[in-house]
Design a protein around this ligand. Structure first.
Ligand SMILES: [Zn+2]
Length: 408
């Protein structure tokens, strides 16, 4: 049998254990990257105001060279070149997203927010997996908490600070022969708010509303912050507390999504999902200036729990996990999946009298509303396969994943 080779990218994330001096070194590089980003952004804005041409990455790299030579910014010469260039690349990408209407105008980076930098070239760093350490130019060897072995060839390295700790993400690449999924079953998945996921098999996954649970706590902590004198000792302490809270929420959600997507991907060769555009849903709730959304408040709450539960991230995870296992993800049109009777085919909004119960007004078929929707989604998936309807397949092999978390 012919089996193709697939290129698989993986990412491993470990907590670094820098000495105080090493942590200062990391912060210094992150600071230089932020400086370069902000300075380049200021330059582009200035040029824009004067009606001059946008510079872009290559021209900014030339500017960077002159900044490294200038006496006033000589400290940049102390920092490794590649991460500084990557900061310019980030700005370039942010501008491209802005020009193409995908994002807002790039903004200045603030100190202490998203401190990160990366080495894109394996020649610039070394990974000593056996001893759990990584080496960079000008920083030397740094130890990390080795919670698992790193497989594949390291391609890129990202260092970031989160909740007061430094982390290293090692992205690797390896070639595998295309796998064949061990299961042969297919499943429809209905994503919701009351239940995070209902499967056509009848199985359901309760949501993790970590953000909602922590929202009050966070709001209180933020109010406390506003009462403190900015940049005072207590203000900094409170700021760190808030950041830790955010990190905790993110970790709970991350774990939940990975457990759920792994369970589903392991058990079923074909997973059918609805094409829920989380983004457009969040956007429509805000409404426009002329016609503010009618149910803005209710929708805002719903959207918060959508974002809280990470449907978009869940779909991304299921897609790459299926790709690894040789499974398939189908994305189908969500219209009528919640109001179609699987027994007689009658379609009516009346069929779903309450959030939880499905009751067909024509034939009397009754079922759990979410499981019922999952069955319709599965049927739609089978229809796609049978008659070759338009189908959106998941992305190919280019995603990072298997993130190993060494924190805690
Ligand atoms: Zn019916």
């Amino acid at each position: 049998m012919y089996r193709a080779l697939v290129r698989v990218l993986k990412a491993y994330r470990f907590r670094l254990e820098p000495s105080p001096a090493e942590a200062r070194g990391l912060a210094r590089v992150a600071g230089c990257c932020r400086f370069v980003f902000n300075r380049a952004l200021a330059l582009e804005r200035q040029r824009f105001e004067r009606g001059e041409k946008h510079l872009g990455y290559a021209a900014l790299c030339k500017e960077l060279t002159s900044w490294r030579r200038a006496p006033a910014t000589a400290f940049l010469a102390e920092a490794p070149t590649h991460p500084l260039q990557q900061a310019l690349k980030d700005l370039d990408r942010a501008y491209r997203n802005f020009f193409e209407g995908r994002a807002e105008r790039p903004r200045f980076k603030k100190k202490g927010r998203h401190d990160a930098f990366r080495y894109p070239d394996p020649k610039q760093f070394q990974v000593d997996d056996g001893h759990g350490r990584v080496k960079f130019p000008k920083l030397g060897w740094l130890r990390y908490r080795r919670s698992r072995a790193v497989s594949g060839t390291p391609k890129q390295l990202t260092l970031s600070r989160e909740g007061g700790h430094w982390f290293v993400a090692i992205q690797t690449e390896c070639e595998l022969s295309a796998p064949v999924h061990p299961a042969s079953s297919a499943v429809g998945v209905d994503l919701g708010v009351a239940k995070f996921a209902a499967l056509s098999t009848g199985e359901t996954f309760a949501p993790v509303s970590s953000l909602l649970k922590h929202a009050k706590k966070l709001a209180r902590a933020q109010r406390a912050l506003s009462r403190k004198v900015k940049y005072s000792r207590n203000w900094r302490k409170q700021k760190a507390r808030i950041e830790r809270l955010h990190t905790k929420v993110a970790r709970i959600r991350h774990d939940f999504l990975h457990k759920t997507s792994t369970t589903i991907s392991k058990t079923h060769a074909m997973v059918v999902l609805e094409d829920l555009s989380v983004r457009s849903m969040s956007r429509s709730a805000r409404g426009t200036v002329d016609a503010p959304g009618r149910h803005v408040r209710a929708k805002a709450g719903l959207n918060r729990s959508i974002l809280d539960q990470g449907w978009g991230e869940f779909r991304r995870q299921v897609e790459y996990k299926q790709t690894w296992r040789g499974g398939l993800v189908l994305v189908v049109d969500p219209r009528n999946t919640s109001r179609t009777c699987p027994a007689c085919g009658h379609v009516s909004a009346e069929n779903r009298k309450t959030q939880a119960v499905f009751l067909c007004v024509r034939c009397g078929h009754a079922a759990d509303a979410d499981v019922n929707a999952a069955r319709n989604i599965l049927a739609a998936g089978h229809a796609v396969i049978a008659c070759g309807e338009r189908v959106q397949q998941g992305p190919s092999m280019k995603q990072e994943p298997a993130v190993s978390e060494a924190a805690a």
